[in-house]
Design a protein around this ligand. Structure first.
Ligand SMILES: NC(=O)c1ccc[n+]([C@@H]2O[C@H](COP(=O)([O-])OP(=O)(O)OC[C@H]3O[C@@H](n4cnc5c(N)ncnc54)[C@H](OP(=O)(O)O)[C@@H]3O)[C@@H](O)[C@H]2O)c1
Length: 314
């Protein structure tokens, strides 16, 4: 089969298409013929030697990627939930080696769910990591309540555009940040207010916020802490919080969750699938690339200005 192998950590020139053996499956796994996969910032950071690079460095070959949608072609002997020809999607082995940039991927059956018929493989591939991140941030790591005021940073990005839709579904009042070019998009997703981070300091406009989803990093964490109410919640996605950041949050007596790591879960994927099927959430696809354009796809995600998601279709 064809797979995109990472020769060594570094620039996009290290992503190469190789012919390698199809994976063999364990008894709790299924083999999925991949129709589409998505690119997330963690793929780009890992390619560059950060994020999960340390975890993957002794594996060979290294195949990046975690989000897939495709068709089951083989079923392990302990698997009774799925059958050959089922259309499935999910986030494979996160945190671990996903090996999603390939024609075939071996996936633990407990990490995937059936793809709803009314969405394409491209839309399905867009949804697992960002959908699970928003869902787990609001219901596992933090507890977003009805009528909470939530500030969602990067509301036009992969995580943000799902987070806005899921927060509205959960009954929150949503304030989303992005630059002006994505203002209408963020409001159309359902946000009640928009702040253009390039022209307005959100920490001057807002206070008494119940919940922040922090997706940006650097000093954005501390500015976000400053707008929270006592006992508010901040779920932080980028790594790299300093001890001082955490001390500042502790001083505010927050009901804080300073860092979350999204994890593979077929049970949570089923919830995401239901929300997609009912049209409660809808992925926005900025661009679909083909297998040979993996380097261009990575360069787009690396800009940090993607609107919605970047997909590779096979
Ligand atoms: N810990 C975890 O479990 C976890 C899970 C998922 C993601 N993450 C991390 O979370 C971060 C976000 O992921 P993502 O997939 O949403 O990234 P993304 O799709 O690349 O986000 C891009 C969006 O961010 C907006 N943006 C850029 N700078 C901004 C700023 N200063 N303020 C507000 N918005 C800004 C951009 O809007 P404009 O183009 O309008 O500027 C763009 O639409 C990444 O660092 C990712 O690795 C962590």
């Amino acid at each position: 089969m064809k797979a995109i192998v990472l020769k060594k950590f570094g620039g996009v020139e290290n992503l190469e298409i190789h012919e390698i053996a199809k994976p063999t499956i364990l008894k709790d796994e299924v083999l999925v013929k991949v129709k589409a996969f998505s690119i997330n910032p963690v793929d780009v950071k890992t390619r560059d030697g950060e994020a999960l690079a340390d975890m993957l460095k002794d594996d060979s070959p290294i195949i990046l990627g975690w989000d897939i949608s495709g068709t089951v072609v083989e079923v392990g002997k302990n698997v009774d939930l799925f059958h050959v020809h089922d259309e499935v999607f999910g986030m494979v082995n996160f945190v671990g080696h996903g090996r999603a940039y390939a024609e075939y991927v071996a996936v633990p059956a407990e990490q995937i769910t059936q793809k709803p018929d009314n969405i394409s493989h491209i839309e399905a591939a867009a949804s697992p990591l960002v959908g699970l991140t928003a869902w787990q941030a609001f219901t596992h790591f933090g507890k977003l309540q009805q009528n909470d005021k939530i500030l969602i940073h990067g509301a036009s990005g992969g995580v943000g555009h799902f987070a806005v839709q899921i927060a509205k579904y959960l009954g929150a009042y949503v304030i989303g940040t992005s630059s002006a070019k994505n203002r209408e998009f963020v409001l159309e997703l359902g946000a009640d207010e928009h702040i253009d981070y390039k022209t307005e300091a959100f920490e001057k406009r807002l206070n008494n916020i119940d919940f922040v989803l922090e997706t940006i990093g650097y000093d954005n964490f501390r500015k976000s802490v400053s707008v929270l109410r006592e006992n508010g919640t901040i779920v932080n996605l980028p790594s790299g919080l300093t001890e001082e950041d955490e001390r500042e949050a502790e001083q505010k007596n927050l009901n804080a969750c300073y860092f979350m790591a999204v994890y593979s879960s077929g049970k949570d994927m089923k919830i995401i699938a239901d929300l997609l099927e009912k049209g409660i959430i809808k992925p926005h696809i900025q661009q679909v690339y083909n297998f040979n354009q993996i380097r261009e796809a990575h360069l787009q995600v690396e800009t940090g200005t993607t609107k919605g998601k970047v997909i590779v279709a096979i």
